[in-house]
Structures are given as structure tokens and as C-alpha cells.
Design a protein. Structure first.
Length: 150
């Protein structure tokens, strides 16, 4: 993937007030597939996806960045399967259940509380503790089907 493609996608999406979380370009038979994952404060809705798809399609079609071959554009939300890696991910998932693995291989399950540029407050069944981002190896939001306090 080219820097030019990533810049074009980022500029287009940023103008809509959204963040690009991932850009993946793959070969799908005869056709290229360009997958773009987005996020925004308050969560991505269908209107966000629609607006971004239209804008990206227009920008990509008016440039030569994708070449002359046909391609498929897929625009989606960030999804819960992607790890929390940036402060904005923690902020946008406040209140959600998360599984965190720390540098010392400790694993914690807890609710995301207040977060800032350097760390997050995590409430486990035992207590509430502040964890610096640089101590976190991985963090994944857990799917909750029957959350009682939601």
C-alpha cells in the first residue's frame, strides 16, 4: 500500500470528523479489495459509514491512486475485535468490559473508567486501579450479551 493512498484516505475521513483505524488493501481474485475501518466519538453509525463511503469513493475514483484495475471499497466500524491501543480507544469505550494483559503477564478483567493521555482507571471485581498505558501489552473489549446494568 502506498503512502499516497493512506494520506488520501486519512484526509478524506478527517474532513468528515472521523478517525481512520485501519486501511487494508488485498487482492480478491481479479479485483482489489480496499477495507477501511473508522471510528468517531459517540460510535460509528450507518450514516457515518454511508457518508464516508460516498466521500471516499468520489476521492478514490477521481485520483489514480488505485490504478486502472477494478476494486471493491469496504468501509466499516472499528469493531470490538481490534485491540485498544490509543487513548481515544479507551475514552470511546468507557463503561465497557475489557480484558487487559500487563507487562508482567497479569490478566485483568474490568470496566473502563476515566482515561487520559497517559492511562486508564480500571474497575475489577476486587478494586479500582489506575494503569499506565505503557504497562499494557494487550487490551480487548469483551462482548457482553446479558449486561444487567446496561
Amino acid at each position: 500500500m502506498t503512502d499516497r493512498l493512506e494520506t488520501l484516505v486519512n484526509d478524506c475521513v478527517s474532513a468528515l470528523g472521523m478517525d481512520v483505524e485501519a486501511v487494508e488493501l488485498s487482492e480478491g481474485g481479479r479485483r482489489k479489495v480496499l477495507r477501511i475501518a473508522l471510528d468517531v466519538d459517540g460510535g460509528i453509525g450507518i450514516d457515518h459509514i454511508t457518508d464516508a463511503t460516498r466521500a471516499l469513493s468520489e476521492v478514490l475514483d477521481s485520483s489514480d491512486v488505485m490504478g486502472a484495475e477494478p476494486y471493491t471499497l469496504e468501509v466499516t466500524s472499528r469493531g470490538v475485535e481490534r485491540p485498544l491501543t490509543l487513548p481515544r480507544h479507551w475514552r470511546r469505550n468507557a463503561g465497557r468490559l475489557v480484558r487487559v494483559t500487563l507487562e508482567d503477564d497479569t490478566t485483568l478483567d474490568g470496566r473502563i473508567g476515566d482515561s487520559d493521555a497517559t492511562g486508564v482507571q480500571l474497575t475489577t471485581k476486587k478494586d479500582t486501579t489506575r494503569i499506565a498505558y505503557d504497562q499494557i501489552v494487550t487490551a480487548l473489549v469483551q462482548t457482553e450479551l446479558n449486561r444487567k446494568d446496561a
